[in-house]
Design a protein around this ligand. Structure first.
Ligand code: ADP
Length: 179
């Protein structure tokens, strides 16, 4: 039985991530989506929230589970008795960083094989950070994240949007250009 681990921040999970999950889960017997608890990034969602959003998104795929991890991903992969690490690649933006990380991980744990899946063209432009920016500015997230993720983003940014609307009332309001 080959177990694969797909690690990441998933802040939040997007349709680009889910596409990689679906494809990886058909290549391997079992796939663990591994949510990194404290990446060096400004996080919007807590680790519990990111896990919950990923769980709902992968609920209908029987050989997938979601778990948090801390520390080195290679240690987590050994701990789970997994064999393969999955990463997703978008053109240009990801290659150099992923290559650097792959070499370091290989040095730390030569027994773990890395499998990179190329993004599907329709998800090439999707990243969690762009999704958060669009959500913060009140843009439509259709086809980019599942509806439960869109709802979680709207809730997170509701206070921010209310504040912007208050400040811009009487002038141009980008969330409602007719006012
Ligand atoms: P990290 O902080 O580890 O980069 P992310 O959640 O941003 O975590 O990404 C996790 C993995 O998913 C990475 O390998 C990233 O390149 C990949 N990924 C992110 N967005 C997409 C996408 N739209 N299509 C394919 N792969 C993606």
């Amino acid at each position: 039985m080959t177990i694969a681990v797909y690690p990441g921040s998933f802040d939040p999970i997007t349709n680009g991530h889910i596409d990689i999950v679906k494809r990886a889960s058909s290549l391997f017997d079992y796939l663990i989506i591994a949510v990194y608890d404290r990446p060096e990034k400004n996080l919007l969602f807590s680790v519990d929230e990111r896990i919950e959003l990923a769980r709902i998104a992968s609920n209908d795929i029987p050989n997938v589970s979601v778990q948090a991890f801390s520390g080195l991903v290679v240690d987590f992969i050994h701990h789970m008795k997994a064999d393969v690490m999955i990463r997703g690649l978008r053109a240009n933006s990801d290659f150099e960083r992923e290559f650097e990380m792959a070499l370091m991980n290989h040095k730390l744990a030569p027994d773990i094989e890395l499998v990179c899946l190329m993004t599907s063209a329709k998800y090439q432009f999707i990243s969690s950070s762009v999704i958060k920016e669009v959500a913060r500015l009140g843009g439509c997230l259709e086809d980019m994240v599942p509806t439960h993720v869109a709802a979680a983003l709207i809730t997170k940014y509701a206070d921010y949007i209310r504040e912007v609307e208050k400040r811009t009332s009487g002038g141009y309001n980008s969330h409602n250009p007719r006012t």
